[in-house]
Design a protein around this ligand. Structure first.
Ligand code: BV8
Length: 252
C-alpha cells in the first residue's frame, strides 16, 4: 500500500480513474467535516452528548429507555445541519455520477448533504436524520427543515422516532445487499472520510478488495483499512477530491 503524505494522484491511480467504468464510493462523517458537521470520533463534544458517548445515545436500547433523550440529540443535530451546506467534497462526488458509466455512492451519513450537492440514488446505509418512522406502524414521514417535526404518527398517533439505524439495529432492507453487490462488481473503490470501525459498512471496501478492485482511501489519518488499500491519499476530502476535478479537466 502506497501512503501518500502530500496528496497527489499517482500515474496508476490517474490511469485507473480515467479508464474505470464501474466505481463505488463509500463515505463517512469525514466527508461532511468541512461543512462543519462534527464527526463521531473526531474528539471534542461531537462524540459525547450530555455525558453519553454517541454510540450510547444513538442506540436501540436508548430508544426503548428514553426516546425523548434520543429526540433531543437528533433535534440538536438537525438544527445544526440547517445552517450548514455541502462542501467541495460533496460537490465533486456528485460530478462523478455522470463521469462513470456505473457509479454507486454509499454513505454512512444521515445528514443528506450528498443529495443537496446533487448526488442521485444515494444508498443511505444508516437512514436519514430528515425522516421519522412510527414506532408501531412503521410509517415514514419526511421532516421539512422549516417545519416543526412530526411528534406523533399522523396515521396511528403512536410515538415516532428518527428513521436512522442506531447501534444494535439492522440496516434498511436491501441497502447493504445493494451496496455489497456494487462493491463486488466495481473496478475502483474510494473510501472517503470514515474511521472504518462500524460494521457492516466497513466491510464494503473489503468486499471490493477481495473482488480485485483498486481501493483508494481519502482521510487525513490512517485507519484499520489503510493497509488493505492500494493507495491512501492522506488529506482532507475537499482538498484531495479537487485533484480529480483538475484531472478530468486536463483530459477533456
Ligand atoms: C448491525 C446512525 C446487525 C446513527 C450509525 C460486525 C458485523 C455487524 C455488526 C457489528 C460487527 N461488529 C460490531 C457490530 C455492531 C455495530 C458496530 O459496528 N459497532 C462498532 C462501533 C464496533 N454495528 C451495528 O450495530 C450496526 N448494526 O450490525 O445490525 C445486527 C443487529 C442486531 C443484532 C445483531 C446484528 C449498525 C451500525 C450503524 C450505527 N449507526 N449512525 C447516528 O448517526 O447517530 S454509525 C455512525 O458511525 C455514523 O453513521 C457514522 O457514519 C458511522 C461510522 O463513523 P464514521 O462515518 O467513520 O465517522 P467517524 O467520526 O468514526 O470517523 C470520521 C473519519 O473521517 C475519521 O477517520 C477522520 O480521520 C476522517 N476525517 C475527519 N475530517 C476529514 C476526514 N476525512 C476526510 N476529510 C476530512 N476533512
Amino acid at each position: 500500500m502506497q501512503s501518500v503524505t502530500e496528496p497527489s494522484i499517482s500515474d496508476e491511480l490517474r490511469q485507473r480513474y480515467l479508464s474505470a467504468s464501474r466505481v463505488l464510493v463509500l463515505t463517512g462523517a469525514g466527508v461532511s467535516a468541512e461543512s462543519g458537521v462534527p464527526t463521531f470520533r473526531g474528539g471534542g463534544n461531537s462524540s459525547v452528548w450530555k455525558g453519553m458517548p454517541f454510540d450510547v445515545i444513538s442506540s436501540a436500547r436508548m430508544v426503548e429507555r428514553n426516546l425523548p433523550a434520543v429526540w433531543e440529540w437528533f433535534d440538536y443535530r438537525r438544527d445544526l445541519l440547517q445552517g450548514l451546506s455541502p462542501n467541495r467534497a460533496h460537490h465533486e462526488i456528485a460530478k462523478w455520477q455522470d463521469h462513470f458509466s456505473e457509479f454507486t455512492l454509499v454513505t454512512q451519513n444521515v445528514d443528506g448533504l450528498h443529495q443537496r450537492a446533487g448526488s442521485r440514488d444515494v444508498i443511505e446505509l444508516h437512514g436519514s436524520i430528515w425522516r421519522v418512522r412510527c414506532t408501531v406502524c412503521h410509517a415514514r414521514f419526511e421532516i421539512h427543515p422549516a417545519q416543526p417535526r412530526v411528534e406523533a404518527c399522523p396515521d396511528c398517533s403512536e410515538p415516532v422516532r428518527p428513521d436512522v439505524v442506531l447501534f444494535g439495529e439492522i440496516l434498511p432492507a436491501g441497502a447493504f445487499e445493494r451496496a455489497a453487490a456494487a462493491a463486488a462488481e466495481c473496478e475502483l473503490c474510494f473510501v472517503i472520510g470514515t474511521s472504518a470501525l462500524v460494521y457492516p459498512a466497513a466491510g464494503l471496501p473489503e468486499i471490493a478488495h477481495a473482488a480485485g478492485a483498486f481501493v483508494c482511501e481519502v482521510n487525513p489519518e490512517r485507519t484499520p483499512l489503510s493497509d488493505l488499500c492500494d493507495v491512501s491519499l492522506m488529506g482532507k476530502a475537499g482538498e484531495v477530491l479537487t485533484l480529480f476535478s483538475r484531472l478530468r479537466s486536463e483530459t477533456v
